[in-house]
Design a protein around this ligand. Structure first.
Ligand code: GYE
Length: 328
């Protein structure tokens, strides 16, 4: 009997060791957590397309520095192929974790499978992928973009609740195929549907950039002379739209109302100045939550598959009040 128990114990030990061998990546039960100072994380950023992105990059770099965790950083200049290349190079370098903000939702399964096969855990920050196999990543950490679109829509519903004629809306979309562009359009459309007077007369991508927002607005104002409101999927495109509205001899915030998402410093300033009417906040400060996730995984713990960032909304009065303490 003793012999059988002894054999079983030896078997269990072997199994535990085998588990250790293919665990890779973060700390495994048998080897214990790595020292924080020994961890290497590869971060594949989307680009530097907006004020939000710049603040996001800075926050992540600063947080990792403060925590003493080595961060390998790459900027994909809004191109999926560059991001895939960066992720492959992190796999090759056998980093402990890979974090990335997917520029678009589709087309990640192959490279994520490669990371999984190499035993490197992946954390999605800020944007989602549409992979059906959710075992390809540990968690998706970021905002609820549908809710952001709904919040923008609710403000518009309220603002025009007494409208007796059609309200013509232009939508400036984010990067085509990206999670925030898809979800912010959906949340907004579903909400304004409640009032048949609210009509999106034109909708085009400005790729989340100021130049894109300006150019698209210029063109759309020419083909749609009676625009009442611009809904921009981020502040930067809204700021570009302000320039186009002014160039057309109209007053932004009055002749044409503007609603945006992000609440970065320049957006909040334009809101406080009355050129934007309402902003839905989307926090770029994801560094601390990302480090928490990595520490938990390194300690052998598990994390929620979806971690949602808290955020609020700002009216013009609230922007005046919040601006002095705004960190980004
Ligand atoms: O709103 C926009 C940026 O993915 C949430 O990307 C992010 C978006 C943000 O370019 O400004």
């Amino acid at each position: 009997m003793k012999k059988i128990i002894g054999l079983a114990a030896a078997g269990a030990l072997l199994l535990a060791l085998a588990g250790c061998a293919d665990g890779g990546g973060g700390g495994t039960e048998a080897s214990g957590p790595k020292d924080i100072g020994d961890l290497v994380v590869g971060f594949a950023q989307v680009g530097a397309e907006s004020g939000w992105r710049t603040a996001n990059t800075k926050d992540i770099q600063d947080t990792f520095k403060d925590e003493g965790i080595e961060l390998k950083f790459s900027d994909a200049q809004q191109k999926q192929e560059n991001q895939i290349k960066a992720i492959r190079s992190y796999i090759q370098q056998q980093v402990d974790y890979i974090a990335f903000s997917p520029v678009v939702e589709t087309g990640w399964d192959a490279v994520l499978q490669e990371a999984k096969d190499a035993g490197i855990p992946v954390v999605l920050t800020d944007r989602a992928v549409d992979s059906e196999d959710t075992s390809l990543y540990e968690t998706f950490l970021g905002s609820d973009f549908v809710k952001e679109g709904q919040k923008a829509g609710l403000w518009v519903l309220d603002e025009y609740k007494d409208a007796t004629k059609p309200v013509n809306i232009i939508q400036l979309e984010g990067t085509t195929g990206s999670a925030p562009a898809i979800d912010r359009a959906e949340g907004f459309a579903d909400t304004i549907r409640q009032n048949a007077n609210l009509k999106v007369v034109a909708s085009q991508t400005g790729d989340f950039t100021r130049a894109g927002g300006k150019q698209v607005t210029e063109a759309l104002l020419k083909s749609n002379p009676d625009v009442d409101l611009i809904y921009a999927h981020n502040d930067d495109m809204g700021l570009g739209a302000i320039e186009a509205v002014e160039a057309a001899g109209l007053v932004p915030g009055k002749d044409i109302k503007i609603v945006t998402i992000d609440a970065v410093h320049d957006g909040m300033q334009a809101l406080a100045d009355g050129k934007i009417n309402f902003i839905v906040e989307c926090s770029p400060l994801l560094g601390a939550q990302l480090v928490d996730v990595i520490k938990t995984l390194n300690d052998g713990g598990t994390v929620e598959k979806r971690i949602i960032t808290d955020e609020t909304t700002f009216t013009q009065e609230q922007a005046v009040e919040a601006l002095p303490d705004r960190k980004y």
